[in-house]
Design a protein around this ligand. Structure first.
Ligand code: ZN
Length: 412
């Protein structure tokens, strides 16, 4: 099979999708969190129907699904591809002004007047794309390659297959979700209706990324109850809640995001507030290893208990809530899902880079909902900010990987 992706067409497709603002919102309780995500969903729905996909459905929560039936590679597992339609609340995605530059090394000036520069020193990975075309922003919005590059790749791959019926493939399921950036993308995903045996999220960064291990994650809130007395007569009576909080933090292990990497877990203090009366600390706990993760949670509880023994019952209250788990335990029994993607990458000349994610993906939740779902590169860099960029070759290569995955028999 000789795949030839039309560069201009996929670039136009990507631009069409990023022209629609789909920023999600953490403060909203609804799904989708912002109505405007439907604007993109409806466009995609129309395009899916036009190219002849079957069972195209957009539900009231902005989950969009469709099927491309098998055409000769029957009896294969049904393979799914998933991307998210929303963009990060961290940076505006309205009025994105994309530009393609032929990168020859050094900095890329995004806005000359305001001195906004994509610096080769700050972002040394740029060097890797010397001699290539790179799409950048004008420095005032994000680029939305996270994750509209993923959507463009999936859609282009489907279009390619419908235009080339001589290329044999198995049944393919595609799904686009809202609200991934606010951690809710998988919540209302109907795995049964989707109907895939396994899937891939197209939501990774640089070329070659392939991930099936992510953190186990929990959030902890610690509340400290003080006792306020006039400072002039407080001796032996006052209990300052803020000082309790500081003491508490001092008892915790020192593994933090800024001094850990790879498989190392951490305790990350994300917020603190307080008065003498009451103080609150919020942490997120992360570890790839399930046992160490359980230990982190009990350390949070035990530390609170020990301080209650020192200062009195009820002075320190710890609440811990699990957020998501490492998909490795779901994927490992079906490792051929990872190997299949790895082989597809090699077949199109992409070197697979398999490593642990220091975060989570929608794929981790989907995996625990019964749909094993590793993550594949979508090709962009510097997500969630003005320095986001997308090498055009990555966009094309990711599309080729999708095509290779669905046209190669799966070896279990
Ligand atoms: Zn993403």
């Amino acid at each position: 099979m000789n795949i030839r992706i039309d560069k201009d067409r996929i670039v136009e497709r990507f631009k069409r999708y990023i022209a629609i603002d789909t920023q999600s919102s953490e403060t909203s309780e609804t799904t989708p969190s912002t109505e405007k995500q439907f604007d993109l969903a409806r466009l995609l729905e129309k395009e899916m129907k036009e190219m002849g996909l079957q069972e195209v459905s957009l539900d009231e929560h902005c989950y969009l699904m469709g099927t491309l039936p098998a055409n000769g590679l029957e009896g294969q597992p049904r393979i799914g591809f998933v991307s998210h339609m929303d963009t990060s609340p961290d940076m505006s995605g309205q009025g994105i002004n994309p530009r393609i530059v032929q990168y020859e090394g050094g900095d890329i000036v995004l806005d000359e007047k305001e001195g906004i520069v994509l610096s080769a020193e700050t972002f040394p990975e740029l060097e890797f794309y010397k001699g290539q075309e790179v799409m950048v922003t004008d420095g005032h919005t994000l680029l939305a390659a996270d994750d509209k590059a993923g959507i463009a790749e999936i859609m282009e791959a489907m279009q390619y297959l419908t235009e080339h019926p001589e290329i044999k493939h198995g049944e393919i399921k595609i799904g686009f979700t809202p609200d991934e950036e606010i951690g809710r993308g998988a919540d209302l995903f109907d795995v049964k209706k989707f109907g895939a045996d396994f899937a891939y999220t197209m939501d990774g960064g640089q070329i070659g990324e392939l991930e099936y291990e992510n953190f186990n994650a929990a959030a902890a809130t610690i509340t400290f109850k003080g006792l306020n007395v006039h400072p002039g007569s407080a001796k032996g009576k006052m209990i300052n809640a803020m000082l309790l909080a500081m003491e508490y933090n001092g008892y915790l292990p020192t593994a933090r995001p800024d001094n850990t990497e790879g498989y190392e877990g951490f305790y990350h203090l994300i917020s603190m507030s307080g008065t003498v009366e009451e103080a609150t600390l919020q942490y997120i706990l992360r570890d790839h290893d399930r046992e160490l993760f359980e230990l982190q949670k009990s350390c949070i509880q035990e530390t609170a208990k020990r301080m209650c023994e020192l200062y009195g019952e009820g002075r320190v209250i710890a609440e811990v809530k699990d957020q998501y788990y490492n998909m490795r335990e779901v994927v490992e029994p079906v490792m051929y899902v990872v190997r299949h993607a790895e082989e597809a990458m090699k077949a199109v000349g992409v070197e697979p880079k398999i490593g642990p994610i220091r975060g989570g993906t929608d794929g981790s939740k989907l995996s625990f909902m019964g749909l094993p779902c590793p993550n594949i590169f979508a090709g962009g860099h510097n997500f969630h900010g003005r320095y986001e960029y997308l090498p055009i070759n990555n966009l094309i290569k990711a599309t080729e990987v999708i095509l290779k995955i669905v046209t190669t028999p799966v070896e279990k």
